[in-house]
Ligand binder design. Structure first.
Ligand SMILES: *Cc1c(COP(=O)(O)O)cnc(C)c1O
Length: 446
């Protein structure tokens, strides 16, 4: 257990975090990409990311065949990038803040198949595992048309294997749905925070859902233990997986293509500022990493976490990484943002982001619902509460003293920010049932 009191006494930001105040932590170790380049390439190289991208391309024909909803994108799982000018104005009015530049929404909330950002990493890791097994068994070569993986003989082959994962909900849905489509047996270990509708949906796909009364780390630990005891079982380890990370990192090149299509330039005079809702760190970490590789110092990546569960912030700010647990800092970890309810962060991600991420905003649960309603009324778009954490970034950037100072230090002057694109990364929502939307829209917390 870390000595939380010491950090609370010594660090002003951690003190505010322990008081559950909305705040921002600016990363004191943030460095220009040139400095970190060599080290980064050793851990996750640009070739690794390109390899992941190529793998997703190989699987496109299989995905298209199994999931007709991906027909329009030719079997690629990708989401729209849209301007949200009315939301930008609504946020400015509601919070009395200034949001410079062009505010856009990256709608991973609406990704095919899994309806959340987990459709990137989770699905990628299952596909990678399936490919490894099939190639090792001599049933597939990389030159084949992967649509053949949808045939009964292959399903039977994969049916001898089990895939397991611990999840607060959305990761389980992406792993569960894709594993079931390939024919794997699937067990999803769900934490107490997981929503009932997510468990119901998984069971309807034939996935075995095991429920735990404890938090996310417990569900992961138990899933890992049971899977390790079974030689035919593979565990998707959200706290450590490099494959998940690679699946997420592919998002960067896809985003670049979308920016190009919309004739949006990214350079020092036209920077990108990106805000990523964060749970254990894998999804935002992989995306931020990919973005930094591609856009270098012209992208500024901020994480956003609930004031009740800022585990990645604490792991990075204390440099205690996976050892930092929000409960040691007097925080419950029990947030309405179920997708972000991870009491301790990924050790891998908090380390690899050490010099790359600009900072981490925290957001009160009440604001998630306020912003959910604002987006619905201003733009007619619906994203789940966890996703709405992203808006704490644009409304906080020029409001909070520490992020204002970051802007000044990084040359993000008024003029530069006026030419910037700020991207709120929406991470989930498409699969939320109608009656749950009614509940979300009606939830008012103080
Ligand atoms: C999982 C998830 C996140 C964050 O991903 P992590 O890898 O846990 O950091 C954000 N939003 C939603 C909706 C999620 O499901």
């Amino acid at each position: 257990m870390v000595n939380a009191q010491k950090y609370i006494d010594e660090n002003e930001t951690i003190r505010r975090v322990s008081r559950q105040e909305e705040t921002v932590w600016i990363n004191p170790d943030y460095l220009p990409v040139e400095v970190t380049d060599g080290l980064c390439q050793l851990v996750v190289s640009d070739e690794d990311i390109a390899d992941a991208e190529a793998r997703l391309t190989r699987f496109a024909s299989f995905i298209r065949r199994c999931f007709p909803e991906t027909e329009a994108t030719g079997g690629l799982i990708e989401s729209p990038l849209e301007d949200i000018p009315r939301m930008q104005q609504a946020l400015e009015q509601a919070y009395g803040c200034t949001i410079p530049g062009r505010l856009m929404l990256k709608m991973d909330s609406h990704l095919a198949i899994a309806g959340s950002v987990k459709a990137r990493g989770g699905i990628y890791e299952v596909l990678k595992h399936a490919e490894d097994l099939a190639i090792a068994a001599g049933k597939l070569t990389m030159e084949d048309d992967y649509a053949k993986l949808a045939e009964p003989e292959m399903k039977q082959f994969f049916g001898r294997y089990t895939v397991q994962v611990g999840s607060t909900g959305n990761l389980g849905m992406s792993i569960g749905i894709m594993s079931a489509a390939l024919g794997f047996r699937v067990k999803v270990h769900m934490s107490a925070d997981a929503k009932q509708w997510k468990k119901d949906l998984l069971r309807s796909h034939g996935v075995e859902v095991l429920e735990y009364t404890g938090d996310y780390s417990k569900a992961v630990a138990e899933g890992r233990r049971l899977s390790d005891a079974d030689p035919m079982s593979y565990f998707v380890d959200d706290e450590k997986s490099v494959n998940l990370f690679l699946g997420y990192a592919v998002a960067a090149k896809r985003l670049k293509q979308q920016l190009d299509e919309q004739s949006i330039t990214v350079d020092a005079a036209h920077p990108l500022v990106v805000y990523l809702p964060t749970g254990v760190g894998g999804a935002p970490g992989g995306i931020a990493y990919g973005l930094k590789r591609l856009f270098k110092n012209n992208v500024h990546c901020f994480l956003v976490e609930p004031t009740l569960c800022p585990s990645v912030l604490l792991g990075m700010a204390t440099k205690q990484y996976e050892k930092a647990n929000v409960r040691d800092f007097g925080l419950s970890g029990r947030t309405h943002a179920d997708g972000l309810a991870c009491a301790a962060p990924s050790g891998f991600v908090t380390r690899i982001l050490g010099n790359l991420v600009s900072g981490d905003f925290t957001v009160e649960d009440a604001r998630l619902y306020d912003d959910l309603r604002l987006l619905d009324s201003s733009e007619g778009k619906r994203i789940e509460p966890s996703s709405c954490a992203a808006f704490a970034g644009p409304r906080g950037l020029l409001t909070l003293e520490d992020s204002r100072r970051y802007c000044a230090e990084q040359g993000l002057t008024e003029e530069v920010l006026a030419n910037s694109v700020q991207i709120a990364w929406a991470t989930g929502g498409r699969l939320v049932p109608a009656e749950v939307w009614e509940q979300y829209l009606a939830t008012v917390l103080d």
